[in-house]
Design a protein around this ligand. Structure first.
Ligand code: HEC
Length: 197
């Protein structure tokens, strides 16, 4: 019993220290998550992905047709945050935590199963929505999106032009979006973009 109270006292002490240190600092989604915060939440998420799914092989064929068929899904469901090329839109990068650059090794080093799980189940406490609905048809779509994500680092300018054809937007808007992705990790101010039109 005494141990229990000590534990509670320790916990409350920790909370008090955090509150005292952050008092007056405000709360903002503009703050970049620290290295530790990012690595810790990622490690917890990866730990929670069920083992059999983590090592599951992608049941959808690794072919150009799969990637082409997944393009419509990618445009319908993902580009609003991840951008046509996976680098992240202003909206996606302004979330906290931000939508990561899917072309980078951090994402590409995840297993197919982990990518599938992120898409089907979403990532709780982040802006990443769950796209699964329990149906096998939907699971197939998520597996084909995994193929699409794997192909992202290899996209050529011609591929990107082909993807743009799927995007239901005015040509002028497509042009601004193409210019939007700044240097890795930077946030492009929407007001700046509007002013520069
Ligand atoms: C509303 C914005 C939003 C949409 C729409 C969205 N995502 Fe995400 N996505 C995010 C955010 C934010 C993260 C980062 C979550 C985190 O930090 O753990 C993320 C993470 C991911 C990851 C994990 C990357 C990594 O390295 O951890 C994958 C894979 C992914 N998204 C794929 C997709 C696919 C495929 C779609 C479309 C089916 C999609 N996302 C739609 C916001 C979005």
């Amino acid at each position: 019993m005494r141990g229990f109270f000590l534990l509670i006292a320790f916990f409350l002490g920790c909370v008090l220290i955090v509150v005292l240190f952050s008092f007056g600092a405000g709360i903002s989604a503009r703050r970049e998550a620290g290295q530790f915060e990012r690595q810790a939440s990622r490690a917890v998420w990866r730990f929670m992905v069920p083992g059999p799914i983590k090592i599951k092989e992608n049941p959808v064929a690794d072919s150009a047709e799969t990637v082409r068929d997944a393009t419509q899904l990618w445009v319908d469901r993902c580009v609003v945050c991840h951008a046509n090329d996976g680098g992240g839109t202003t909206l996606g990068r302004s979330l906290h935590p931000p939508a990561p650059d899917l072309r980078k090794v951090l994402t590409q080093s995840l297993t197919d199963g982990e990518l599938f799980y992120a898409i089907e189940q979403g990532i709780p406490w982040t802006g990443m929505p769950a796209w699964g609905n329990g149906s096998q048809e939907n699971e197939r779509e998520s597996w084909s999106l995994v193929r699409f994500v794997r192909n992202i680092p290899k996209l050529t300018p011609a591929d990107l032009r082909a993807i743009e054809k799927f995007v239901p937007r005015a040509p002028q808007r497509v042009e601004t979006d193409r210019r939007a992705p700044g240097p890795a990790g930077s946030k492009t101010d929407t007001r700046e973009r509007l002013a520069s039109r």
